[in-house]
Design a protein around this ligand. Sequence first.
Ligand SMILES: C[S@@+](CC[C@H](N)C(=O)[O-])C[C@H]1O[C@@H](n2cnc3c(N)ncnc32)[C@H](O)[C@@H]1O
Length: 364
Amino acid sequence: MAAQTEKMAVPTDAELLKAQADLWRHTLCYLTPMALRCAVELGIPTAIHGLGGTASPTDLIAALSLPPSKLSFLGRLLYQLATAGVFDTTDAGTTYRLNPISYLLVDGVHIDGDACQTAIVRVASSRYYVEAAFGLADWFRKDFDGPVPSPFEDLHGATIFDDSMALLDPEMDKLVHEAKASHNHMGIGLVLRQCHDLFQGLESLTDLCGGDGTTARAIVRAYPQIKCTVLDLPKVIDKAPTEGVVKYVAGDIFHVVPPAQAVLLKSVLHLWSDEDCIKILAQCKKAIPPRGAGGKVIVIDIVLSSASGLMLETHHLVDMLKLVMTRGRQRDEKDWSDIFMKAGFSEYKISKKVGARAVIEVYP
Ligand SMILES: C[S@@+](CC[C@H](N)C(=O)[O-])C[C@H]1O[C@@H](n2cnc3c(N)ncnc32)[C@H](O)[C@@H]1O
């Protein structure tokens, strides 16, 4: 039976006024990342840190050698960022203080190593990313023969992390890898502190798409008995440190998964389509022993719908980023369950939520 269509009643004046203000906010909120990018490019968080953690716009004009004529403009930029939660402010904009968000934007900030996240801000607000999102409507209208490229791939003819990215713009490719490394770095220390049982008793582990080995080295520092192998693309492994603690293997996840008791897929599967994830997971299953011998795959990724409020908004913004940039996606629990079962696994458990991400243990 056809659903009954209910005509929406004309909004009340109060609703219209609120809707208009909400629409302004939704339309203009792209200016927040632009203001954030400006703050990073000017080095504002680092300057506030250098000034003892609190600074006035006048202090910053002097510290950053900006023209004094920009004082009131800088005050407005800082106030907007404080309103968005990036800085704390006192006395209605007289001074600005670093908070946990802006602390992560201080050059050289050290939390278990270099924790600075400015590369992520620069990449996500870069012209390449913004232009790809700008053409979304054109992309939706376009029909493609065969696999659908992401809006980024369609517009720029390059795939993120692929060699084509370096051909498009070597500086941008370098920045993407820096952003990935800072993302990688921030994740594992927290996982190690929050999930005590996850790596307990493991003898060997393969970190698939493990980049330059930051995660693997942190795991071995915490659990020296684990023999860790990192697999990534040759161009990434070629630049990995040769410290002798971790074994590095260059290869393609679709063809090789170095055998180990457990395989880690941290922030990897969201880059790939369901079909590709099933292929990758099936390769992982071949590389691990049965569950009785401790075999498992550890997936660290977002589980959609597992959050509310601002975290839910974050989850869906990250999903939009995946839509614009990659052929991958974020998944809800049912999506995860489907790909695990199709790849031949028998059971999984969501062991812990660590910030925006969840730790999922998947058993053969
Ligand atoms: C989003 S990063 C994830 C890195 C890391 N696991 C982390 O937690 O941040 C994706 C990684 O996958 C690697 N990669 C992409 N395609 C690959 C492939 N076909 N085979 C192996 N590694 C690949 C990239 O070089 C990059 O290091």
